[in-house]
Write a protein that binds this ligand. Structure first.
Ligand code: SF4
Length: 150
């Protein structure tokens, strides 16, 4: 059985609440980057999914290694970097090089879901930027009303 894992971006899962619906939908339909499994005789399964460990700074991409253990230690054949990671992550190339060197027996593949008809990668990125930069109310908006003036 081909066992697959997915690494997602914590901006989309933790900040925006993505449930990885599109990744699972395209996996179930063998679409997007999962089309490669269409003709497999065995029944591929998604065995695990986890989001990245958050910003590693420019100096510590190895931070991801501890995080991705939960996927690399369960006997996977392949790990897909989710489409959000491939389009948004400035560390993608460094992550990929490090992961391929550290886990030579696992295939690391860029991408999971495709895009809806008429939606370009640029539109996807623009929508993500819009959502990530929405101003949320903060506790300071309440606190400042209680600050006593001298
Ligand atoms: S390091 Fe990359 S994958 Fe992780 S939150 Fe930042 S942009 Fe997303």
């Amino acid at each position: 059985m081909t066992k697959i894992g997915i690494l997602t971006c914590s901006n989309t899962t933790q900040e925006l609440g993505c449930s990885s619906y599109l990744c699972f939908q395209d996996f179930n339909e063998r679409a997007g980057a999962f089309a490669r499994y269409k003709d497999l005789d065995d029944k591929p399964v998604i065995a695990g999914i986890i989001n990245c460990a958050g910003c590693p700074t420019a100096h510590a991409p190895e931070k991801l290694l501890g995080r991705i253990k939960s996927l690399t230690e369960i006997g996977l054949n392949a790990i897909h970097l989710a489409t959000c990671v491939t389009l948004l992550c400035p560390f993608k190339e460094r992550y990929l090089n490090m992961l391929k060197n550290t886990f030579p027996d696992i295939d690391f593949i860029e991408g999971t879901h495709g895009h809806a008809p008429g939606v370009t990668p640029e539109m996807f990125v623009g929508a993500m930027k819009h959502m990530l930069t929405q101003q949320k109310p903060s506790i300071s908006s309440i606190i400042k009303k209680t600050i006593k003036k001298p």
